[in-house]
Design a protein around this ligand. Structure first.
Ligand SMILES: *Cc1c(COP(=O)(O)O)cnc(C)c1O
Length: 393
């Protein structure tokens, strides 16, 4: 006879709101994938099939670059981009302190020197701070278009001058623009990611290097395929990092929807803006993100700043509201970079943001009701803590 164990069932979470829901996107395109996928399966062109070529041409046009080179993921795209422009030992590379670790990792993996710089109140590389970190050894500055909004590329170009390479980390910004430049088309070379959760996401890993320089594109194309120009003719020490043909077919179909999906994100961001202004008019410590003049933000993430983040996060979790922290520590304060000896104070604004940022649910198809629930839960999480009188026992 089995023992009866009495347990308290978990409290039912009424209408949880996921942080990210990709199902609607997938459902929308699935029927269009049958033919292109059948074609790949029938021809067995799984690696560097014609669909890769086709997507590369479409994505280059979309990004305002002459060339796109499909690779295995966004991290490889950064590494291959760096190698294609010849970054290495002895080169200083300026990177914003608040980015996904891959940006800094790629600098370190190519043997260059990591120079973290501070950001502004919109989380983007601060040209003034960059100017102060430029030395005779500076070879590149990496403009990370964080959360979907482009870094100030025109100003960055001005402050670093013509001899420093402008590299874009465009992993979070497909479709964004600023000052007349499109994401991926503004720098000497750019790297992007098609990780499923990005604005343009594959059904697995993927990435691309973008550039308008023919020689850089050619080198990137060689490097992703063992440095080869023909079969078994290896010109460089490269790697194996190619965009899968099946993923390229997915991306071609998704690219036709990207502007519409970004418009849905933008509408959701406007709705969050209005809801937050109403809910936190009396709480200036809760700060909503903004779209800068001259910029088209694509809202990869919707990141607010909040006081009491641990408690707020706990309250959101208890209410079934998905959320994230992008990122909990700046790149210079991670265990992986401890040996470089950067301390707190290296990038004060990025460090301050790291303790307050909170990413709310954001994806094409998020409903007004879901957003209202997110904001009202956030409101009670923030003010509930602030206004609850101290209990004296
Ligand atoms: C996702 C991301 C990357 C890395 O892309 P993967 O495809 O996951 O390797 C690099 N930089 C930024 C800013 C990212 O968001």
């Amino acid at each position: 006879m089995t023992e009866t164990v009495l347990t308290t069932p978990p409290a039912p979470q009424q209408n949880p709101v996921p942080f990210l829901d990709l199902q609607a996107q997938t459902d929308e395109i699935l029927h269009e994938l049958r033919d292109p996928w059948d074609q790949v399966l029938r021809t067995s062109g799984f690696v560097l099939g014609p669909e890769v070529d086709r997507f590369e041409r479409e994505f280059a046009v979309y990004s305002g670059a002459r060339h796109a080179v499909g690779v295995g993921n966004g991290t490889d795209a950064l590494e291959i981009a760096f190698a294609a422009v010849g970054l290495g030992q002895g080169d200083e590379v300026i990177v914003p302190a608040n980015t996904f670790f891959a940006t800094a990792e790629a600098v370190l993996r190519c043997g260059a020197t990591l120079v973290p710089a501070d950001v502004d109140d919109d989380f983007l590389l601060d040209p003034q701070d960059v100017a102060e970190r430029v030395t005779a050894r500076t070879r590149a500055v990496v403009a990370v278009h964080l959360y979907g909004q482009m870094a100030p590329v025109a100003r960055l170009r001005e402050v670093v001058g013509p001899d420093v390479l402008l590299v874009e980390d465009a992993a979070q910004s497909q479709g964004a623009s600023r000052d007349g430049f499109r994401s991926g088309g503004a720098g000497d070379v750019a790297a992007t990611s098609f990780y499923p959760g990005k604005n343009l996401g594959a059904f697995g890993d993927g990435g691309a290097v973008l550039t308008s320089a023919d020689d850089v594109a050619q080198r990137a194309r060689r490097l992703r395929n063992h440095g080869g120009i023909g079969r078994y003719e290896h010109l460089d020490v490269g790697t194996n990092s190619r965009l899968d043909t099946l993923q390229a077919a997915v991306l071609s179909v998704k690219l036709t929807r990207l502007d519409a999906w970004n418009a849905q994100r933008s509408a959701a961001a406007a709705r969050y803006g209005a809801l937050l202004a109403e809910a936190f008019g009396d709480v200036p410590e809760v700060v909503a993100p903004r779209e800068l003049p001259g910029a088209a933000h694509v809202w990869h993430l919707y990141v607010v700043r909040t006081p009491d983040r641990p408690a707020v996060s706990e309250a959101l979790a208890a209410a079934g509201i998905g959320h994230g922290i992008h990122y909990p520590a700046p790149v210079h304060l991670l265990p992986a970079t401890a040996h470089l000896g950067f301390g707190p104070g290296t990038a004060p604004r990025a460090e301050a943001h790291a303790d307050r940022i909170l990413s709310l649910p954001m994806f094409p198809g998020i409903t007004p009701a879901q957003q209202e629930r997110v904001v009202s839960t956030l409101r009670s999480a923030v003010t509930g803590r602030r206004e609850r009188p101290a209990v004296v026992v």
